[in-house]
Design a protein around this ligand. Structure first.
Ligand code: PA5
Length: 426
């Protein structure tokens, strides 16, 4: 399913960069499999594609169907790990223009992922005259941004449908045992879904956190889990030919060699929020104790005309990872009898051919400019491909955190800001 091309690292890394890390990778893989490394209590995601709660999965599918039938809009309230995965998958498999292009199901709006009054007013305006449901997602149940947004949309629902009617349109995804949202959901009788105790926010896309909104968007969540299960099985095999081991070793060796930034690049605009999900995954997992590659993302070819200059000639602090998908459809470049732009040599050629040559040209230029390149080639986008890629990045992230000797499954820095804000708000 996934082809990893590391040939453009030649010259940037010592010959033995992988063999010298094999012992550490073996130990990292063992800790992930046995759940007993640092943060091992939060490694439930490792076997999730096989061990997920089948009864809850069926309830997710049933709830998604109900929402599709009774609502024109689903408002998804959550922030960070309680939001990015769902948005990433919906946009990757449909489009950033999901609400314009998806005619046979509810529109989806995301709220509670910031504190902008204007953004809040806009979503309220978009949904208030439509039939809508709400999926509020918060593991702790106390995060300020989603809690404030939920107050607002709960009140809107109650005003529109009465308290009883509102209850039937609210779906709460939260901790199984504790937290303010759990208490409220129990008291009001909302349908509840669980963020498993052993899965942290940024690893939760394949739990109800991501799966309910993704299913409402009409995406086949069984196929998504199948793709992840395939990755789980393949990447658990130890050895130097494991692509997760190779990629984790390469990024660690580049980091130790002085690279400080990993740029995730893609030529598909629908990848933008997947990159946002990836940035949280790697930023929160590796960025601690004064260590870690800074995860950044670029969208090509658009960013070649803005960030391209820096990447080519600025500080030599980055490596670049390009994710490439085979095209789903083909578009042929038309002929122009007058050839005004002089581009008739491309007439009749698929646009994807031009994109492929652009990508090759960019890789050559960036490697020449001192930016080592990793290329991840995937088949055309589908649910299984997406599930596979999600698990691949999660697994590499777990290995990478252990190579870096940090706990990849905590986020003390996020808690610091939350605690300060609670104090300032009294
Ligand atoms: O990955 C994480 O743990 C964070 O990004 C959380 O997902 C985010 O802070 C939201 O937390 P909660 O789900 O508790 O509202």
């Amino acid at each position: 399913m996934l082809t990893l091309d590391l040939s453009k690292l030649n010259g940037f890394l010592p010959q033995d960069y992988l063999s010298s890390r094999e012992g550490a990778l073996r130990e990292a893989a063992r800790m992930l499999a046995e759940h007993n490394g640092p943060g091992g209590d939060f490694t439930g995601w490792v076997t999730l594609p096989r061990d997920y709660d089948k009864e809850e999965f069926a309830r997710i599918q049933a709830a998604a169907k109900r929402i599709q039938q009774q609502s024109q809009v689903l408002v998804v309230i959550g922030i960070g790990g309680s939001y990015l995965g769902a948005r990433a998958v919906v946009e990757l498999l449909h489009s950033p223009n999901f609400n314009l292009t998806h005619k046979d199901g509810p529109e989806i709006y995301f709220a509670g992922n910031g504190l902008s009054s204007d953004a809040m007013l806009e979503v309220i305006d978009l949904v208030k005259d439509k039939d809508f449901s709400v999926n509020v997602i918060s593991k702790s149940g106390t995060t300020t941004e989603p809690a404030v947004a939920f107050r607002i949309f709960k009140a809107l629902l109650e005003e529109k449908y009465g308290r009883e009617g509102a209850r039937k349109r609210i779906y709460a995804t939260t901790d199984a045992h504790k937290g303010a949202l759990k208490g409220l959901a129990d008291a009001e009788g909302y349908e509840e879904f669980v963020v498993p105790d052993n899965v942290g926010g940024r690893y939760s896309v394949l739990t109800a956190v991501g799966l309910l909104p993704i299913a409402v968007a009409g995406i086949d969540i069984e196929a998504l889990m199948d793709g992840a299960a395939q990755a789980m099985e393949e990447l658990a095999r130890p050895g130097a030919d494991n692509p997760a081991w190779q990629y984790a070793a390469a990024r660690h060796a580049l980091y130790e060699g002085g690279k400080k930034v990993e740029l995730l690049a893609c030529y598909e605009p629908c990848f933008r929020f997947f990159a946002e999900w990836w940035k949280q995954l790697y930023g929160e997992s590796e960025g601690k104790e004064g260590k870690g590659l800074f995860p950044a993302s670029v969208e090509y070819t658009a960013d070649l005309h803005s960030m391209g200059q820096y990447i080519q000639e600025g500080e030599r602090l980055m490596l670049e990872t390009v994710v490439q998908f085979a095209p789903k459809g083909e578009f042929l470049i038309p002929n122009d009898p007058e050839n005004v732009d002089g581009l008739n040599f491309l007439s009749g050629k698929p646009l994807s051919f031009v994109a492929e040559q652009a990508m090759r040209a960019v890789i050559l230029a960036h490697v020449d400019g001192g930016v080592p390149n990793v290329r991840i080639q995937m088949p055309a986008l589908s649910e299984t491909v997406t599930g596979y890629l999600i698990y691949f990045f999660e697994y590499v992230c777990g290995l990478s955190g252990y190579l870096l000797k940090v706990n990849p499954f905590n986020q003390p820095g996020v808690e610091a800001y939350k605690n300060n804000m609670y104090a300032l708000l009294g």
